[in-house]
Design a protein around this ligand. Structure first.
Ligand SMILES: *Cc1c(COP(=O)(O)O)cnc(C)c1O
Length: 219
């Protein structure tokens, strides 16, 4: 599994120091994730709650697990005890459920709001109106057990670099606006294996990288 360590070394040399590398371990076998851990990687991203729960206990406690995929409300209670950052908050109802479950523990859960920036219809995320609604409720203090850390988004899966750049610019603009209203916000999660260079050029400070770290996901 030394290729995982090699990939990480190469990526870390390519990525500017202020950009955090999140290793997306979904569907990857245990040995490859362990190899990344052994190479010093601590932040890992998963997109499915069940798969995340299956993995958590098989790794050391100091891994930081990020949830990057769509989160169903009935699964919130399973992740709030340990999740490091939820990247994919895409509705007011999900915010309400995270608040409710976090208050029970109690724990303050760091989250990102996922904005829909892609033109393609299939991607999850808040549209402009829903984003304003969630943000307003947050700024009014409705979620004492949630800490808003920033924004996340996914560009359209396309070869058209100009389009990807345009979509990342939308997200980066929203992030700058948010920072004016909330200076403590610090995370802009954008970019994956195929588009991380453009994302970094447009201001990303957290890239979510699966394939370029671990190789192709087994099907
Ligand atoms: C799978 C996934 C990634 C990583 O994709 P790669 O192309 O393998 O780098 C990033 N973000 C999200 C939300 C994902 O689901």
């Amino acid at each position: 599994m030394s290729e995982v360590a090699d990939n990480l070394r190469r990526l870390r040399s390519e990525i500017p120091a202020q950009v955090q590398l999140l290793a997306v371990s979904k569907r990857q076998p245990h040995e490859r994730i362990q190899a990344a851990y052994d190479a010093g990687q601590r932040d890992f991203g998963e997109n499915k709650v069940q798969e995340l729960l299956d993995k958590v206990d098989t790794f050391p406690d100091d891994l930081r697990w990020h949830l990057i995929g769509h989160l169903q409300r009935n699964k919130v209670k399973f992740v709030v005890p340990f999740v490091h950052l939820i990247h994919s908050v895409d509705s007011l109802r999900l915010m309400n459920e995270i608040e409710k479950q976090a208050a029970k523990i109690p724990r303050i859960i760091p989250v990102l709001l996922q904005l829909r920036i892609a033109r393609e219809e299939s991607k999850f995320g808040l549209d402009q109106e829903a984003y304003e609604e969630v943000l307003t409720a947050y700024l009014q203090g409705h979620f004492p057990h949630i800490e808003l850390k920033g924004l996340m988004g996914m560009a359209t899966n396309t070869e058209d670099q100009a389009q990807i750049r345009e979509e990342f610019k939308l997200l980066a603009d929203a992030y700058q606006d948010l920072r004016e209203r909330r200076p403590e916000v610090s995370v802009l999660s954008m970019g994956m294996s195929g588009d991380m260079q453009i994302a970094i050029e447009e201001g990303s400070n957290m890239v979510r990288v699966g394939t370029s770290v671990f190789g192709p996901r087994p099907v």
